[in-house]
Design a protein around this ligand. Sequence first.
Ligand code: NAD
Length: 491
Amino acid sequence: MTTVPTQLLIGGELRDAQSGATFATFDPAHGAELGSVAQAGAADVDVAVAAAREAFDGAWARTAPAKRSRMLNRLAQLIDEHTDELAELESRNNGKTKWQCVAEIKVAVATLELFAGAAQHLYGRSHVVNPAVVTYTLREPVGVVGAIIPWNYPFMMAAWKVAPALATGNTLVLKPATATPLTAIRLGELALEAGVPAGVLNVVPGPGAEVGEAMAAHPGIDKIAFTGETSTGRRIAETAAKTLKRVSLELGGKSPNIVFADADLDAAVIGSLWAIYYSAGQSCEARSRILVADEAYDAFASAFAEKAKALTIGDPLSDDTKVGSLISRAHAEKVRGFVKMGVEDGGELLAGDGLSLGDGLDADAFVAPTVIGGVSNDARICQEEVFGPVVTLTRFADEKEAIGIANDVRYGLAATVWTGDAARGHRVAQRIRSGAVGINTPFVAFPGVPFGGFKESGYGREQSIEALDLYTETKAILQGTSPKTVNPFGI
Ligand code: NAD
């Protein structure tokens, strides 16, 4: 077992919390404590913000883009070299399968490489306003960024924020989710090893209600980059409004997966399994509502339920496991509550009522891949984010109805359309109110492709060139070019 990091990282130093407080962090799949981590408080946030400000006002914001780019590439390389260690730590702390953690660490590497390149292509524009004034714009860093991230993709979510923020010359205070503090601390350590100066990336694990709140309210933080639940994002936006800091929000989802009768049904079944059961359904972009054309419903439902039952559930460290544990017993209990609610609201349980696990695992933290058929889209289970391995099947009669049901939720993060008709695929994709739509593919997030939400799924786009807008201010420089004295008062 790899060493468990246990301290805060502030100003380039590993430290205990000022209060001396610690909290236990767990391996949910085995129901075991993994270690005890320093628990930051508001006083530690103050010190971390001061360290980040000092680093920002020092050389960092003015470091040559090529140098920042080299550091990001070096960090990417170090992460790549530590993939096995990081993936094991992530898998143990989160309960998701190690092979999925490996894939996510590779995405983090690709994200750092993407923004290492972008650092050298941060362009402004020039404009001749009239013969007497020429202007150009500069993209300057926003300043100190407070990054608050969730537990479902701990390392990858940290990289999604750290990479564009550093590429554009910002410094950061990073708060990992309380349940998964470990790999964020390692990311901070590796950044130092890569040559990122002390104070540029600070890591403060601790409870959202204290550390996250302190960050959202802090006058020394210029921007909050948040990923998490819609209700938390709303609260952060309200708090941040008091200091008018910039805010970007990547929030929850209730994404549709539309299967038309003309689709390749085998491909749709396999792709739809991935779209919901990856990460045990604990994905913001989980396509948790499958909408199926009337003509294809019975064939799709039976093939999908059969395959869902065949997914191996078990030890996250085993390569054979397809679905690991959930983040905690408490969360698994909440997910079981949703399943009960779905059945009470008229759904039929097509898969998910049996769970057999090997020794040493905490069965209370697992939920079997669950399929609830015949649910109306206004049922609570179709409107609320379950965040577990639970999917509903709802029928539709025609394209118009499919689009109507797909859009009939308060979220708008992602969608997938399965069809053999290319024109229909694009037509439907244009009508869906969400930040990303896959046509005949379950994948909706790649480094380089904008990722973010419509509606209550938030605002801002990560993972792409658009993310540079989230971390920069545009400054206009105006130069008078007339040889004559400019005399607007005419005196
Ligand atoms: P959460 O909102 O409970 O917590 C997210 C982070 O916010 C954690 O670090 C938490 O400690 C902190 N926090 C909690 N209360 C806070 C407060 N009052 N002020 C400031 N910070 C606070 O979310 P979670 O349960 O960790 O993650 C799951 C959620 O994240 C789901 O809704 C999921 O859809 C969403 N998510 C969205 C994306 C996306 O890109 N859109 C990606 C991953 C996860």
